[in-house]
Design a protein around this ligand. Structure first.
Ligand code: KIV
Length: 283
């Protein structure tokens, strides 16, 4: 069967058909190509790139220009997955104009198919304005890393009845504002299940238990490439850090031991040209 580009209609019909949705992050051309070859439904160019690609302590300093740079690279590699671009901190919080303008840039200049932003009722107006401009919006509730200062660290959210109730209300508000899907990050499984049950749009969980409509993980976490922050909800499907270090060290040993490059890695020239070359050097 020939593969088709995945649309938000396909994503939403997966919820109706109870087919789980898969999403991974990617940040560059090669990574996006690999994720796309694995037939993952959605690729998120997450602002987590600030941490795993740029070595920052949080996602807060990530800029629109950095997001656009990575979105463009990912868009060249991902031909089938639905591509979501993350709106970075302060690209939508200050007002509707910023929100629409920057969401538009992610589609026009970043070649993404939709955008994601963090927050509940406080971003509903921004969501409505972006959707009215014709741009699909994915919400993000629970642990919202752009608000790390306010949350006091990377901690699970919605663990009291009041906080859980507020999350349900926020999810309903985002749906009503026009979001086509919502990421639920680090919230108790029963709370994510209650939200998923009440929404018509899909929930994509990360540390939100098995009852969401889909699951998302970070590229580097899945491959075991980044261990600076390792939340317990991460599942490593490979441990590539050590094999990569070993490959680099083997290269270093070959270079220092004069074993690389070998004949098959080198270019030659005809005997006549070589002779003429030596003569030109006066040899
Ligand atoms: O930036 C990101 O990678 C995210 C995912 C963790 C959902 O927001």
């Amino acid at each position: 069967m020939s593969r088709k580009k995945i649309t938000i209609i396909d994503i939403q019909s997966k919820k109706e058909q109870q087919i789980p949705i898969s999403m991974l992050t990617a940040y560059d051309y090669t990574g996006a190509m690999l994720v796309d070859m694995a037939e993952i439904d959605m690729i998120l160019v997450g602002d987590s790139l600030g941490m795993v690609m740029m070595g920052l302590e949080s996602t807060v300093p990530v800029t629109m220009d950095e997001m656009l740079h990575h979105c463009r690279a990912v868009a060249r590699g991902a031909k089938f997955a639905h591509l979501v671009g993350d709106l970075p901190f302060m690209s939508y919080q200050a007002g509707k104009y910023d929100a629409v303008h920057n969401a538009g840039r992610l589609l026009k200049e970043g070649n993404t198919d939709s955008v994601k932003l963090e927050g509940g009722r406080e971003v509903a107006e921004a969501v409505r304005a972006i959707v009215d401009a014709g741009i699909p919006v994915m919400g993000h509730l629970g642990l919202t890393p752009q608000s790390i200062s306010k949350l006091g660290g990377f901690k699970a959210q919605g663990r009291t009845a009041t906080a859980a109730r507020r999350l349900v209300e926020d999810a309903l508000t985002l749906e009503e504002a026009g979001c086509y899907a919502i990421v639920l990050e680090a919230v108790p499984a029963p709370v994510a299940a209650a939200i998923t049950e009440r929404l018509h749009i899909p929930t994509i969980g990360i540390g939100a238990g098995p009852n969401c409509d889909g699951q998302v993980l970070v590229f580097h976490d899945v491959l075991g490439l980044y261990d600076k922050v390792q939340p317990r909800f991460v599942k490593q499907y490979a441990k590539l850090q050590q094999p990569i270090i070993e490959a680099f060290a083997a290269f270093r040993d070959d270079v220092t031991g004069h074993r690389f490059p070998e004949k098959e890695h080198s270019f030659s020239m005809s005997a006549e040209e070589l002779e003429a070359f030596h003569q030109s050097l006066g040899e």
